[in-house]
Write a protein that binds this ligand. Sequence first.
Ligand code: ATP
Length: 372
Amino acid sequence: MPNAAISIQQVAKHFGDFQALKTVSLEIQEGEFFTLLGPSGCGKTTLLKLLGGFEQTSAGRIFLFDQEIEQLPANQRPINTVFQQYALFPHMSIHENVQFGMKMQGIKKKIREQRATEMLELVQLGRFAQRKPTELSGGQQQRVALARALAPKPKVLLLDEPLSALDLKLRQSMRIELKRIQQETGITFVFVTHDQEEALTMSDRIAVMSAGELQQVGSPRTIYEEPANRFVANFIGETNLLQVQTDAVDTQRQVARVHLLAANKATACAPASPFYIDCPTIDALSPGQPAWLSIRPERLSLMAESPHSDGLAGTISQVIYMGTDTQYVVQLDIGHELSARIQNMASQTQPLQSGQRVQVSLDEQAVRLLVA
Ligand code: ATP
């Protein structure tokens, strides 16, 4: 097991009566690209500020490589921060801007000049060293801010939505850049974002937060394919959530047989012919318990209705062409609406049409059963 760079133990934070963080415990490993992801106001910046020393914890303890740090002022922590507003000094050259933090730390001129040159090479701005910040694009300025924060060789770099001021194209190329820089330097990155795509593409692990609490911590693949609850399933990517009743649980095979409930009881599927599905189960699920199926749109398949096909019957209500794939909205006869994404193939002869009757089949292994 690698060393934990950061260990957050039962940390809470109150602002007056308001509890911004509710007993959060978390370990971040050395060299990880770790992301705090959640909607606005969920407490991710507050947690980052506690790590950086810009706020004090109300309860709990924080360790950095086994050293307890809550009492350590921000400037004595081997941690640096890159903010969304990068605030470069306009009258200084890029090279001088990168040296600034090291100068404050009393690092000798020769060493800091050499390191500033190295850092500008790392962020691929070596040839712009003598320019002023206003002579660079927004993305280039953000890379200078990154070089400045990396130059004093912090053990941990905190990044608070550093890409959100950039336009989409620039943001996408900066994601790749950031990941490369993190891998080359081996520095532990703690990155804050509300953008799930950003989190999925860059992170080794993600902590999904909501209302001051951790909802799930795991690799991008785990978070996407095995969401712990409905909040995570909904927040990461797109999903279909269907309420089901658990009819039987086979604990040995780890399979649950569930029965799909009609969305509208008045138009319910005939109780004599409920739709059953076997799906991988989870611990602590008992027969009779209500639960939800989470099904990703790309894991559904559609077939034109025929007397021999089985699955859930419905009618296509919308067809949205999206380039690489097409999104179909299907109104099921049992009242639910499903979204399916089907890859567009050059060989596809007859695309499905709005108003067409279809049969939806679920890939049972791709269905996730959720109880909360
Ligand atoms: P965003 O993505 O919008 O920055 P966030 O997840 O980073 O959101 P935080 O900035 O951590 O959220 O704020 C969490 C909650 O704590 C919010 O409801 C916010 O209003 C509140 N909060 C943050 N700082 C303070 C403060 N200094 N005083 C009072 N309340 C605060």
